[in-house]
Design a binder for this molecule. Structure first.
Ligand code: SF4
Length: 219
């Protein structure tokens, strides 16, 4: 059964990478911080994302000061994240929209909403796709979600726990249906760890892989 295989996959990776508990460094007390960080992360690596975010927070200590500075100044500060022109415009639009909707630069109120309503709200914001929404839900709002990035998608497809035709959004929905809430964050982090360490996009190391006997090896 597909659900049994998904849980078995997570069991094996949990024994290998030990991220079953919520890593304390993940997540933001203010979900808007997590949302903006995730917008910055699109099409770049964690190092460039974090560097751009740190520079932005150093130059503009409040979200209000980001809006006051405007897209052009912000673009110059977040350049290391790439696509700076597009990302700066999106960030300003998101901040203005959040302020208009909640009267403050905060998304803490979303924690009181049910998940479907949160998804609908966040998906209306510019540049916010399914993966971004799932990240904010899981990391910042402590809700049930299973973000599917390139590593999670690759491991899921290759092992055969989902059909090769499944899109990231379909994998996300399938995993959210199958995986118990308390295992989503650890499972997500473990799958990323495995994709980075062993199941590389090019030249996966099947000979040393803990999933070798389990995996369909759809490479
Ligand atoms: S056996 Fe190979 S393809 Fe399967 S998960 Fe491991 S490294 Fe990836």
């Amino acid at each position: 059964m597909q659900s049994t295989r998904v849980l078995r996959l997570l069991d094996i990776l949990e024994a290998e990478y030990h991220n079953e508990a919520r890593p304390p460094e993940l997540g933001h007390a203010e979900p808007l911080d997590g949302l903006i960080l995730t917008v910055l992360s699109q099409n770049t690596n964690d190092r460039n994302r974090d560097s751009a975010y740190a520079m932005m927070r150093a130059k503009f200590p409040s979200w209000e000061s980001v809006v006051e500075a405007g897209a052009e100044q912000l673009e110059g500060v977040i350049r290391t994240a790439g696509l700076a022109h597009t990302k700066a415009a999106r960030i300003i639009t998101i901040l203005k929209r959040v302020y208009a909707d909640f009267g403050e630069y905060s998304l803490r109120e979303l924690a009181e909403w049910e998940t479907g309503r949160i998804r609908e709200y966040l998906r209306e914001l510019p540049g916010v796709g399914a993966k971004t929404v799932a990240c904010v839900l899981l990391f910042d709002l402590k809700k049930k979600a299973f973000p599917v990035d390139t590593h999670v998608g690759r491991v899921a497809h290759r092992t055969g726990v989902v059909s090769a035709k499944y899109s990231p959004e379909e994998i996300c929905a399938k995993f959210e249906h199958i995986v118990p809430e308390g295992r989503c964050l650890g499972g997500h982090v473990n799958m990323i760890a495995h994709g980075r360490a062993v199941c590389h996009s090019r030249k996966p190391e099947c000979n040393i892989c803990v999933l070798s006997g389990f995996c369909d090896k759809n490479i």
